[in-house]
Unconditional design. Structure first.
Length: 142
């Protein structure tokens, strides 16, 4: 016996045509296991974590999340310097790089990092939230 519809959690948007706007040429996280090791791929998602351990010699680890899962990104110092603003302040990133697999974990070694945060406005518009005050940008206090 299944739970009543009202008791079920809201459905996550599907990777194939759900309400999430798919960044152009981006492979969903759930499909990153398909290309071979070393393949050049593009993935996109919301930034859920940035780490810059002191012992990592300038490497930044970024975790992105899309509607299908998470993408682990490694940003080497040289790439960070070239795409600093996107790496530091982007809320929604599209990353192009090479796949690396080690110990059953897949990483994208970043070559290009793009801040596509303006696409978040499309997500709000698709879900009819652009006029909802709860999603309004913060007002300056002063």
């Amino acid at each position: 016996m299944s739970a009543p519809a009202s008791a079920q959690p809201p459905a996550r948007p599907s990777a194939a045509g759900g309400p999430w706007p798919r960044p152009p040429s981006a492979l969903p996280a759930a499909r990153l296991g398909e290309p071979p090791e070393g393949a050049r791929v593009t993935a996109a998602g919301l930034v859920i974590l940035r780490q810059r351990p002191g012992t990592a010699k300038g490497v930044i680890f970024v975790t992105l999340e899309d509607e299908t899962g998470v993408v682990n990104v490694i940003v080497w110092r040289k790439i960070y310097e070239a795409f600093r603003r996107a790496v530091i302040s982007g809320r929604l990133l599209r990353v192009t790089g090479r796949l690396q697999r080690a110990h059953s974990v897949t990483h994208v070694i970043a070559e290009v990092v793009e801040d596509i945060s303006p696409m978040l406005d499309l997500l709000l518009a698709e879900q009819g939230r652009q006029d909802d005050p709860a999603f309004a940008p913060p007002t300056d206090v002063g």
